[in-house]
Design a protein around this ligand. Structure first.
Ligand SMILES: NC(=O)c1ccc[n+]([C@@H]2O[C@H](COP(=O)([O-])OP(=O)(O)OC[C@H]3O[C@@H](n4cnc5c(N)ncnc54)[C@H](O)[C@@H]3O)[C@@H](O)[C@H]2O)c1
Length: 266
């Protein structure tokens, strides 16, 4: 593409002819993004631990005339992760876009955090992102390029009380994204991160309740001073599609805070 000409899709949908993999796409922001990718013309594969919800996504897309695939895997497990990604490449032929989203949270005072908590969160949030992106980057490199979006958090760059372990993993995930961006730019691979504030998903609502139980007020009404209101999963998904699409061809290694200005407000 001529670097000074605007993206011209010639009336095509943004992801027509593209193959997209979404990890953690059976629920929450991953599901919202998987639906949007499919609506924009992509064939979409989801890898998640939630079998029923993943299959429901496939049924929904297929009954709307689209193409979708689901693989049940625990992304903290290397064998399951590698097998699922290989199956996805076989089914779709390629992976042009990866949305690496699967993750979870532990809310606890730092001094009560156990070694098991550490291993569990590092495995689910960081090791899984490491294993998934490593395999997909290798594939994209052999295939002439692609785009990757990784889910960080406002906690990638800001510390929160009772979320030390979570913030450590999310800071690391953001640096993983930056590192891929600089190392693979010349292989045609872009990598960016989305860093949301509080989002209305199972994860976000559990987090708010658990913080509340520890005396930290982050209920919806309390969010007014920081991010104005709770964010909808679709509002993060549309940022993900932008970062994954040709519209952001010159954006690489960025952290897009989807938080209504909270991060810069302090
Ligand atoms: N909700 C928020 O407020 C918020 C804010 C910032 C960042 N995040 C990030 O979003 C992710 C959580 O997603 P969500 O908020 O859409 O909530 P969610 O819990 O609805 O979705 C997470 C998805 O990941 C899947 N998943 C979790 N562990 C997995 C594993 N080991 N293997 C395979 N799949 C797994 C779940 O089954 C689920 O479908 C985390 O990475 C979190 O850091 C969430």
């Amino acid at each position: 593409m001529n670097p000074i000409s605007p993206v011209n899709l010639d009336g095509r949908k943004r992801f027509e002819g593209k193959s997209v993999l979404v990890t953690g796409g059976a629920a929450g922001m991953g599901l919202a993004a998987a639906r949007m990718f499919a609506a924009e013309g992509a064939q979409v594969a989801v890898i998640d631990i939630q079998q029923e919800a993943g299959q429901a996504f496939v049924d929904e897309i297929e009954s709307a005339g689209g193409q979708a695939f689901f693989h049940e895997a625990n992304l903290a497990n290397a064998d399951q992760t590698n097998q699922a990604i290989e199956a996805v490449i076989k089914q779709m032929g390629t992976i042009d876009t990866l949305f690496n989203h699967a993750g979870t949270i532990i809310v606890k005072p730092f001094h009560e955090t156990t070694d098991e908590d550490y291993d569990r969160l590092m495995d689910i949030n960081l090791r899984s992102a490491f294993m998934v992106t490593r395999k997909v980057v290798q594939h994209m490199k052999d295939n002439g390029g692609g785009s990757i979006v990784i889910t960080g958090s406002i906690g990638s760059g800001k510390a929160f009380v009772y979320e030390s372990l979570y913030c450590i993993t999310k800071a690391a995930v953001l640096m993983l994204s930056n590192s891929i961006a600089v190392e693979y730019r010349d292989h045609g691979i872009r990598c960016n991160a989305v860093c949301p504030g509080f989002v209305k998903t199972a994860h976000g609502l559990r987090e708010i309740d658990e913080l509340d139980g520890l005396g930290q007020q982050w209920q919806e009404a309390d969010l007014e001073a920081t991010q104005g209101r709770i964010c909808e999963p679709e509002e993060v998904a549309s940022a993900v599609l932008f970062l994954a699409s040709e519209e952001s061809n010159f954006i690489n290694g960025t952290a897009l805070y989807v938080d209504n200005g909270w991060f810069v407000k302090g």
